[in-house]
Design a binder for this molecule. Sequence first.
Ligand code: GDP
Ligand code: IMO
Ligand code: MG
Length: 495
Amino acid sequence: MYFNHDQIIGISGASWGDEGKGKFTDVFASEADIIARAQGGCNAGHTVIVGDIKLKLHQVPSGIIYPDKLNVIGNGVVLDPRVLVENELKNLAEKGINTDNLRISGDSHVIMPWHRIIDRAREWRLAKNKIGTTARGIGPAYADKANRCGIRLNDLYDKKVLSEKIELIASEKENLLFGAWKLPEKTFSEWMNLPDQFNGLWLDNGKFDVQEIANSYSKWAAILHDYVTDIKELLNNAIKNNKKILLEGAQGLLLDIDHGTYPFVTSSNCSAGGFATGLGITPQSIDRIYNIMSAYATRVGAGPFPTELGTQEEISNESGDNKMSFKQSAELAKSTNDDYTIGKVIRHIAGEFGTTTGRPRRTGWFDAVASSLAAKINGPDVIITKLDVLDVMPKIKICTAYKYTGPSTWYNGKNVENGDKFTVFPTDARILKCCSPAEFKEFEGWNSNITSVKNYDELPDLTKKYLKGIEQSTGCKIKFVSVGPKRSQTLKIME
Ligand code: GDP
Ligand code: IMO
Ligand code: MG
């Protein structure tokens, strides 16, 4: 049903993350032999719901619940061993889920305490222009990898090498933080003291405790010892032996370091291209990529978001703890024309609060200008998720063009003038922040509960019309539709 004649399938986020990759990795994993993560780190938060079990996975692939399938973490992931050992593996064990089927590349780079501190310190320095990172140290870890001063998982198994590296790098980072950036020691200590962060890895003078860091990382490495292997060998042998492999993307295309809304992006290639480099398999071996797109847009963190309903300031006082009930939200949807309120209804019905950080997610209408990028960079096949969230909406919109309202400038070989229309997505945040929807296609809401629909044919005609609208405006082909977070709420569209 999912793999058919394909041997290797990738699940890629097509937007700004949180599209439902975890759900679909879990669904497709039922037919796979191996599930593999290739990039990102514990900035990712993937939700898997199986019966009464709800997993929130960050680094461990979303196929972990199947004991008979290997779950691998590739060289392209930046791994936080503390989070893996003390959070993820512990939580999985508490839920009775066996993790003997996990394998990790020894070549994956490791997130060190200074990466998290530098992540926070950069945001602190950017003040009003923050990226809104997850503060998990992702950007600084990838920066060190590119700068060839990273520490890899394999390094943790030689205490002498590890201590020398830590000593050298820690002093460089201290110079950066306390010298060049003049980070107050008090602020450093406050960050190091945050719950569940660095327990005991710093000294009273507010500096990194080199010895303690070496001891802690060696301790976590010892726990991970039996998982570490050569992932590219494992995968290439599996390919020879006709095993089916599912590649699980993290983040989404619009957060891709090359193709996303730079600089408001993450630091890895979350487009389909990242699978080959992050796992050591040939690009040709990947048979198909499914773009996961939600039926409306979301974004968490800062950065331009042309179809946003409401503003970041308006949502800042919302939290998952004061969520509106479904009934309240549905009533509100009928009675309002206000953008922020419509966005709030979507957020509260869907529970759009970050899986990793708990932040309220910004919500907006489906953006066909942005989403058409997926067909070009990842391929045409699409899975539409969270369609049920729109059940209560009287009107639904798809944005098909932007208007640029800003100063005259130059972008990708062309002059850009105030009033220009964009139908091709500008990936530069400088341009995009001056873009607002100029054209919408408006659809009548279907106003019925589709969460128990079992076949695509049974969906209301108005729902199908909306899906056709997405296909026509993005150049994509919808292959599956999701009408709820559970495995069973998955509809296949027959050719
Ligand atoms: P990921 O990062 O792409 O794996 O997505 P997240 O897990 O961070 O966020 C997606 C959220 O939407 C999760 O709470 C899922 O359980 C939920 N979800 C996934 N598919 C659907 C769907 O079709 N309908 C609804 N209502 N929720 C969904
Ligand atoms: P999943 O895999 C949504 C966002 C952050 C921030 C930007 C940079 O669950 O879809 P980073 O910590 O990566 O340096 O932050 O990227 N971001 C995500 N947004 N889902 C994610 O992962 C994200 N991972 C990073 O909010 O805007
Ligand atoms: Mg997520």
